[in-house]
Design a protein around this ligand. Structure first.
Ligand SMILES: NC(=O)CC[C@H](N)C(=O)O
Length: 380
């Protein structure tokens, strides 16, 4: 629910965590109320890409960077057609955006899209709280919504949890569409959209791939109807433990031995397809500065992340799976979380992070080239 936007910066707002901790600040973006899972992102830049990443559906994003909105909002950087975060928390919003591409302020854009935010709170204290206690449900209330103060905590505690949430169908395309190859077309890829970011098909297209983006409900038959050289499973919101349909489609692809690549949710689905479990991390990885090691080369890359769940697979041994031998190919150097999987007997691999780099460093772009190599290998 949202109401007015004018003068929002003077409107009091309150952020209520499900464990009862409260932060008071001022409205930012739309005035009203919102609920979601409170998570923090450590990206210093790239707020447009963060806000429009469909994987953030039902999450309230706390920015650890203290000053947000400096470069305003442009029409080129969104990763999808709308803002998906359910709420936005910043300490000190830019008063005057300044960038040659800026079309409007971030405050205006949030308000125009009905996204309720809060500013002027101690985001460092909030982040430390989430780091100690874990990601949890939160509500942001401003304007009329603040008046029923006493009832706010109970309402936060009634909001849905992220664990057990099945959300891909709420964000993915309902109709298939094609992203044409840039230049000469070399391959066709079926990309199952579980909440895909716009840059991902683009990274494939610039390597000569024609990308057929399919709805999350696509069947194995739909995938093979485009006669693909490779199949891709995208990032997406929600709990991978609920993604039974994409897991069964992926098993169909693995059975046929078609080259397969997955990103983020796609990595969790590969984990499940191989028989591994997934679990919720205490507070997850979000930002554009996470160190990951590619264990196949030993190289360390700085990468973009947005995940709250992870695959539970043994780090230091090859696992026997229904689709042959598999190993953990990438690991996060901060906490040893599984960041990539690969099959040794079939052309399939995935990563838990974001090689499409929107926003983020481009260190992991080689993964798209690996996918191309698998498709070339299959043709040879
Ligand atoms: N970016 C993603 O694909 C996120 C995957 C999943 N929803 C998670 O939080 O771990």
């Amino acid at each position: 629910m949202t109401t007015s936007t004018r003068g929002a910066a003077r409107t009091p707002a309150v952020l209520v965590l499900e464990d009862g901790r409260i932060f008071r600040g001022r409205a930012y973006g739309a005035v009203g109320e919102t609920f979601g899972e409170a998570v923090f992102s450590t990206g210093m830049t790239g707020y447009q890409e963060t806000l429009t990443d469909p994987s953030y559906h039902r999450q309230v994003v706390v920015m650890t960077a203290p000053h947000v909105g400096n470069t305003g909002v442009n029409d080129e950087d969104p990763e999808s057609k709308r803002i998906w975060v359910s709420g936005y928390v910043v300490r000190d919003p830019a008063r005057v955006p300044s960038n040659w591409r800026s079309r409007r302020s971030l405050d205006e854009e949030l308000a125009a899209q009905g996204v309720v935010g809060i500013s002027g709170i101690d985001t460092r204290a909030l982040t430390r709280h989430l780091r100690e206690r874990g990601a949890m449900r939160v509500g942001i209330f401003s304007g009329e919504a603040v008046r029923e103060d006493g009832a706010l905590l109970a309402r936060v505690q009634e909001a849905p949890q992220m664990k057990g949430a099945n959300l891909s169908a709420e964000v993915a395309t309902t109709e298939p569409y094609v992203v044409p190859a840039v230049g000469e077309k070399k391959f066709t890829v079926a990309a199952v959209d579980l909440g895909i970011k716009g840059m991902t098909p683009h990274r494939m297209a610039e390597r000569g791939i024609e990308v057929h983006v399919l709805p999350a409900t696509a069947t194995v038959e739909d995938v093979y109807a485009v006669d693909p050289d490779g199949v891709f499973f995208s990032n997406g919101p929600g709990d991978p433990a609920t993604a039974d349909h994409p897991v069964s489609v992926m098993r169909g692809v693995l059975e046929r031995g078609t080259p397969l690549f997955g990103i983020c949710f796609g990595n969790q689905i590969l984990g499940r397809a191989l028989g591994f479990g997934t679990f919720k991390l205490k507070y997850g990885h979000r930002g554009i500065n996470q160190p990951v090691q590619d264990r196949t080369t030993g190289k360390v890359e700085v990468t973009a992340h947005n995940h709250g769940f992870a695959v539970d697979a043994p780090l230091d041994q090859v696992s026997e799976t229904p689709f042959g031998r598999a190993e953990v190919s990438h690991v996060c150097l901060n906490d040893n979380v599984v960041e990539g999987l690969r099959l040794l007997d079939r052309p399939a691999f995935s990563v838990q992070y974001h090689p499409e780099a929107a926003a983020g460093p481009h260190d992991a772009a080689y993964l798209f080239d690996r996918f191309v190599s698998l498709m070339e290998g299959q043709r040879a």
